[in-house]
Design a protein around this ligand. Structure first.
Ligand SMILES: [Zn+2]
Length: 502
């Protein structure tokens, strides 16, 4: 059949008598095919890209986690000004599939040159936009996941997750790639009415343990719907689309200024606030209900983070501390927290409500590196005093998890009321009755932590806040600020605290 057509074409050309223009291979069969006695033409060899690979050993850090490093041997090739790194076990076919998928995506998104794509077998999908790096699992080639990571790479790791997710879905559809699948939520509106903070569609709305499976499905569904309803594909229109949807629910929406993104396998959630960079790897198993309340109510979580920032801002002003670098906080399965120096991780905490407290310690130790350790009562007094709003949020998280009757009994409307109702007096009573000198108790850690903390409020109320801060920043000269010695101060404090309530 092929031979016949070929002959007919040759004849047609001859008959018209015109000059035959140079032919492009493939459009008109050339002579050898006509004269080929074999009826089956040889299969053309598939065009094989002549890729050259360079073997490299790559040490990869999970960005700023300072904890998790993995080393891989990779083979690197350059295509259109971008670098592609493959684990050696990734087959030739898989590599070509990935490169062609990524090239199509890069073209669609007008990606710049100089990006690096790592295709690994046992890692995860993650972008590191600051350094132009993106990581992919080989099994996700030409799926919405590849599109999502590329959107994050180009728009910033912390770009609104819901928008990036919906944008990736649209790109996957345009390219004929695999899209995400999930069960449509039963009542999407109800979820947002219960927790309006979820309207932000930030990263924790799309992942456990911050969201249930049902909540993740509702967030995904909402993101796709609101993206579709938006006037164009930009982030601004998407946020406007959320705002309009919020209005239909009788809610108001203004996007959070906090940044959330996926940080990798070791510390999966990252939150960046004005003063802190929080890297959260803890799994939250076995934590109490109040802590779960903070992380599973996105609106409350945002409130706690904002209150920490305002406490921190106040503390910085009062302590005249103005360094700009973000304090790096790692979350671990621990109660409370502690502060490091000389490490890239500055603070370790167990919960969001301890951030401001530990931040105050951090700068206090920085300002008084040697002195402050001799005044443990004073450092807790200062940290508690300057982080009291955040600490109050911690109290609220306990109240919110109570049943209705208990809640009515314990609910308080203000920080002042909270301070007034603290059961500190009973702790002090116990201290007094123990027969151990108050100074010994105050200089030791442990049970009397709360009492030490309350000293700050006493000092501030008796001598003024400014004087208290001066004492905290120059404890060895206490007498020059308050006119009495430390021992006298303790005696007065104990008398004050043990006095029967008026
Ligand atoms: Zn402390």
């Amino acid at each position: 059949m092929r031979k016949l057509i070929a002959i007919a074409l040759t004849l047609a050309l001859l008959l018209t008598g015109c000059t035959v223009a140079p032919v492009t291979p493939g459009t008109i069969p050339d002579a050898p095919i006509i004269s080929d006695p074999d009826p089956v033409a040889p299969e053309p060899t598939p065009e094989k890209a002549a890729r050259t690979y360079e073997s490299v050993s790559v040490q990869l850090y999970e960005k700023d986690s300072y904890v998790y490093i993995f080393q891989v041997n990779a083979e690197m090739t350059e295509v259109d000004g971008c670098r592609y790194y493959f684990e050696p076990t990734v087959s030739e076919v898989q590599r070509e599939e990935f490169i062609s998928a990524q090239t199509a995506l890069n073209e669609k998104l007008s990606a710049p040159e100089g990006l690096s794509f790592y295709v690994l077998r046992n890692y995860t999908f993650r972008s590191e936009s600051e350094n132009g790096l993106a990581f992919y699992e080989i099994g996700g080639t030409a799926t919405w996941r590849q599109a999502l990571v590329t959107v994050q790479l180009l728009e910033g790791d912390a770009v609104n997750y819901g928008w990036a997710y919906a944008r990736a879905d649209a790109l996957a559809r345009e390219l004929g790639w695999e899209t995400d699948s999930f069960e449509a939520p039963e009542d999407m509106d109800a979820m947002f009415i219960k927790d309006p903070g979820r309207l932000n569609l930030i990263f924790p709305c799309f992942t456990a343990p911050y969201s249930t499976e049902e909540e993740v499905a509702a967030a995904k569904y909402a993101a796709l719907l609101l993206y579709k309803n938006a006037s164009d594909e930009t982030l601004g229109s998407f946020l406007r689309s959320i705002e309009l949807y919020a209005e239909t629910l009788g809610l108001s929406f203004s996007p959070t200024g906090l940044q959330f993104y996926y940080g990798g396998l070791s510390l999966p959630m990252v939150v960046v606030t004005k003063y802190t960079e929080n890297r959260i790897g803890r799994d939250y198993t076995g934590v109490d209900d109040s802590q779960l309340y903070v992380i599973r109510n996105i609106g409350f979580m945002l409130q706690v983070l904002n209150v920490n920032d305002s406490d921190i801002q106040r503390a910085r002003e009062k302590m005249h501390y103005s360094e700009d670098s973000l304090v790096v906080i790692r979350y671990d399965n621990m109660l409370g927290g502690f502060t490091y120096h000389g490490s890239k991780i500055n603070i370790v905490v167990g919960c969001f409500t301890a951030i401001a407290h530990e931040y105050v310690h951090y700068i206090h130790y920085k300002l008084l590196p040697s002195d402050v350790m001799h005044y443990t009562w004073l450092d807790e007094a200062l940290a508690e005093y300057l982080s009291c709003e955040a600490e109050y949020q911690g109290y609220l998280s306990i109240v919110y998890t109570m049943d209705e009757t208990e809640r009515a009994e314990y609910h308080i409307d203000s920080l002042d009321e909270h301070m007034a109702r603290t059961d500190l007096k009973s702790v002090i009573q116990e201290v007094a009755e123990s027969g151990i000198s108050p100074i010994d108790q105050l200089t030791a850690y442990g049970k009397y932590y709360a009492a030490k903390a309350y000293m700050g409020f006493y000092l501030a109320s008796e001598y003024g806040e400014d004087t208290f801060i001066k004492v905290a920043l120059d404890p060895s000269n206490i007498e020059s600020y308050i006119g009495i010695s430390r021992d006298e101060l303790f005696d007065n404090w104990l008398e004050f605290i043990l006095a029967p309530a008026a």
